[in-house]
Design a protein around this ligand. Structure first.
Ligand SMILES: Cc1cc2nc3c(=O)[nH]c(=O)nc-3n(C[C@H](O)[C@H](O)[C@H](O)COP(=O)(O)OP(=O)(O)OC[C@H]3O[C@@H](n4cnc5c(N)ncnc54)[C@H](O)[C@@H]3O)c2cc1C
Length: 397
């Protein structure tokens, strides 16, 4: 490269970096404003009544947030997948329940985006991005969660289509989703290699919805069970190839671990913001409680965890964007963030003292919401299994 073309290349890439930074800041500002005006004011009410608010989700679609990271071909804005993380962090700051609804929608949409054929993508993604359909991800069953290989739901190839029988449990968006990605065994004798994934429309004959779960947290999200009774679907609804379902589920969960960690960061930021404000206002022994080292140390630990979580998510996201293997990093990130979020929300209650124990203040809700992070998309123990196995593989050096 000649000197002048090198300079031109440098200034061009500088311009591109600046534009990306600007786009990133603008996006953050927009989603922050949206969250503070349209989501946060309703979170306590959703929690108190255990009600899912479809209007909020519809607005998120109408403003183009949910579809922004999908290809322009299907109506998206073609932004980087990293924008899903910014979005979930900001939304979770205002309402972890709404963030979980969006997270579950991403689970289904990303699975179709990554593994669907052109016909499936243009049919389902276009509708989803336009806000005309909400998506769900159906993996867990009443008796099977962590041990995915033991799934009981069966999809029998009956020529021209599949006959599905079985049940799913704990499915987010179960009764509000228009489309559900369902995992079932097409060859039960092959264990994980016999699992396949299907796109199921809500109005399919043989699909029934159970009662909604009365949850301890994330009460503004919609969770429940699904029953499939001789549910016939055409062969065109198979996602990818028969037997690829386990790999698809695991790849989708890797990305989802980044998503749920971004939600944890949003929850931690909320707990920290409330704690700082309270520490600067509440008086004891003639001083603001923030003047006491005991309270400052709690705040300091919260800040440390938030900073560490930010560094970890940035690293894992970079690997994901570069299409490097990031299964272990995603597991470490989520294991760290779920512990950090539990500790941070718990310490926020401590800073609030008795008031922290009351529903009148926000912090007890944050702790209840945070517990889901320890369970959903890989429990704390399952994540450590992944990390521990990888550690052993690296051997003694
Ligand atoms: C609010 C909410 C929303 C959810 N949304 C969805 C959704 O949209 N789609 C979906 O498919 N699922 C969803 N889930 C289900 C969730 O993914 C499962 O609950 C989770 O995977 C754990 O499965 P399980 O509940 O069956 O627990 P189990 O697998 O039965 O585990 C019970 C306990 O045993 C531990 N354990 C299991 N195996 C081991 C082991 N080998 N070593 C050590 N400990 C072990 C677990 O860590 C856990 O502590 C949701 C759950 C909740 C609470």
């Amino acid at each position: 490269m000649k000197n002048d073309s090198r300079a031109a290349f440098r200034s061009n890439s500088k311009r591109k970096t600046k534009m990306a930074l600007y786009q990133n800041r603008l996006f953050r500002k927009l989603i922050q404003e949206f969250t503070m005006n349209e989501i946060a004011p309703y979170d306590a009410q959703m929690d108190a009544t255990g009600t899912f608010d479809r209007e909020i989700i519809d607005k998120l679609f109408r403003h183009g947030f949910i579809g922004c990271s999908f290809s322009r071909e299907y109506g998206g804005a073609g932004l980087d997948k990293i924008y899903e993380l910014y979005m979930l962090e900001e939304i979770a700051f205002g309402s972890a329940s709404v963030a979980l609804t969006v997270d579950a929608t991403f689970l289904g949409m990303n699975c179709i985006n990554k593994f669907g054929n052109e016909t499936q993508k243009s049919k389902y993604l276009t509708k989803a991005i336009a806000g005309k359909s909400l998506t769900a991800f159906g993996l867990t069953e009443p008796s099977v969660g962590s041990d995915v290989a033991a799934l009981h739901t069966v999809a029998k190839n009956v020529g021209g289509g599949y006959l599905i029988n079985g049940q799913k449990a704990w499915i987010t968006n179960y009764s509000v989703a228009d489309v559900i990605v369902v995992f079932a065994k097409t060859a039960p004798e092959l264990d994980v290699k016999g699992i396949s994934a299907f796109i199921v429309d809500k109005d399919t004959k043989g699909l029934y919805m159970g009662d909604e779960e009365d949850k301890m947290g994330m009460r503004g999200s919609n969770t429940g069970s699904l029953l499939f009774q001789d549910m016939w679907i055409p062969k065109e609804q198979l996602l990818g190839e028969e037997g690829m379902g386990f790999k698809m589920a695991m790849a989708t969960l890797d990305a989802a671990r980044l998503h749920i960690s971004a939600m944890g960061i949003g929850l931690m930021r909320h707990a920290l913001t409330e704690s700082r404000t309270y520490a600067n206002a509440r008086k004891a022994f003639g001083k603001n409680i923030g003047a006491f080292q005991g309270i400052q140390f709690l705040l300091a630990d919260m800040e440390i965890r938030l900073y560490a979580a930010r560094c970890m998510i940035e690293d894992a996201a970079k690997r994901a964007v570069k299409a490097e293997d990031y299964t272990e990093q995603a597991a470490m990130l989520k294991a760290f963030v779920s512990d950090a979020t539990m500790k941070t929300t718990n310490e926020a209650i401590q800073i609030f003292g008795g008031n922290g124990y009351s529903k009148e203040y926000h912090v007890e809700r944050l702790l209840r919401d945070a517990k889901l992070l320890d369970i959903g998309e890989g429990t704390a123990q399952v994540l450590r299994m992944i990390i521990g196995r990888n550690s052993l593989k690296r051997g003694g050096r």
